[in-house]
Design a protein around this ligand. Structure first.
Ligand code: CP3
Length: 343
């Protein structure tokens, strides 16, 4: 039994007195002890493969910020790595892969499917250690990137504002794109099943680059693969976050393969509510930049956001918290949600 089960109750559609709150990218980026662990580790890659450090980074936000859920410290890029593409995180620049996927030969050489979990033992070991330290205080969220977002990194070879190489493959060589997306999908299903077996209580699927597509392309190259993963996960509740994917809300509104839809900061909560209906569970969506504002304004903006979503809501930011956000202001956001009560 989880002691603080507010998130699980909300995901089950139970009546609760306030929304649960946690933050995307809460583990890492802002907290002082994370920075110490990160410095000790030397590189992000070194940190993300060490179960003891991962457990520490995962639990810190629960202890320091009082959030209602923990998210395992890891990265969506461990999947391309397990499929055979080595990456580095370059300071202030982001991910960089040694190789890119551009041809049939590149796709044929990828590792995929049921062998993927055996290539990521540190992730599952981290989950087990984190569960021990958490001692069932709050639920633990496990996650993966949705196939389109992982595809974007594998084809582009790095982060990008446009992901034009990835979009080029979709338009010029759709048969290659579908093959790669299928391989990512099957690998991700085996990976998430092992995360669940290791103890995570909720799965979140991040489609961070949905907003680079339009409904026609999204509905052919992104949604069917995300849907396959969400359908395969029936052991625990799921949160699907197609960031900027408002153009496919009709599709999401008629789907029952996920339990909660994550709403990005650029989508109006009232639009999301209207498209998805009052009974659907929505998560989000305060603009992370609002946390640079005064405490008084953060309180006002948070309660306005909570009023707009109404019940069946998980409070969060509309994307990950930025590294230069003050911990005090983050606490102000968390505490504003915790003192809110539904009317
Ligand atoms: O939410 C959490 O706190 C758990 C940890 C987590 C990380 N990455 C740690 C991390 C999670 C959930 C992610 C997911 C992730 N990674 C996404 C999806 C969410 C989103 O923000 O859209 C994406 C697109 C990535 C890819 C990625 N990893 C990028 C673009 C970067 C570089 C810059 C940055 O800080 O985001 C990373 C590296 C990374 N992943 C860091 C952390 C804490 C920073 C590395 C460091 O400390 O050197």
């Amino acid at each position: 039994m989880i002691q603080n089960d507010l998130l699980l109750k909300t995901l089950a559609g139970d009546t609760v007195e306030r929304p649960p709150v946690w933050m995307m990218r809460q583990a890492g980026r802002i907290l002082p002890n994370y920075r110490k662990i990160r410095a000790k580790a030397g590189s992000f890659k070194n940190l993300v493969t060490q179960p003891d450090w991962i457990a520490e980074a995962t639990v810190e936000p629960v202890d320091v910020l009082g959030v209602d859920a923990a998210i395992i410290f890891s990265d969506i890029l461990v999947i391309p790595e397990a499929m055979g593409l080595d990456y580095e995180i370059i300071e202030k620049k982001g991910p960089l892969f040694n190789d890119k996927i551009r041809s049939q030969r590149d796709i044929d050489q990828l590792i995929e499917g049921d062998v993927i979990p055996s290539r990521l033992p540190y992730v599952f070991e981290s989950i087990k250690r984190t569960k021990t330290i958490l001692n069932d205080r709050v639920p633990l969220i496990g996650f993966a990137g949705a196939p389109w977002t992982i595809f974007a990194y594998m084809v582009e070879g790095s982060g990008s504002k446009t992901f034009s190489e990835a979009k080029k493959m979709i338009y010029k060589e759709p048969h290659l794109a579908h093959q790669l997306l299928s391989k990512i999908t099957s690998s991700t299903i085996f990976y998430l099943k092992e995360k669940i077996a290791s103890g995570v209580n909720v799965i979140k699927l991040f489609d961070s680059w949905s907003g680079l597509l339009n409904s026609e392309i999204y509905n052919e190259f992104a949604w069917p693969y995300a849907e396959r993963i969400l359908t395969a996960i029936d052991e625990v509740p799921t949160i699907f976050f197609p960031k900027g994917g408002w153009f496919s809300y009709d599709k999401f509104g008629s789907s029952d393969v996920f339990d909660c839809l994550g709403v990005g900061w650029s989508t109006d909560p009232k639009f999301a509510r209207q498209k998805m209906g009052s009974n659907r569970i929505l998560q989000g969506n305060l603009d992370p930049c609002r946390l640079y504002d005064s405490k008084q304004n953060i309180e006002v903006a948070t309660s306005k956001m909570l009023d707009s979503f109404g019940r069946n809501h998980i409070a969060n930011l509309g994307h990950g918290v930025y590294p230069d956000t003050s911990v005090e202001n983050v606490k102000c956001f968390i505490d504003s949600v915790k003192s809110y009560r539904y009317k």
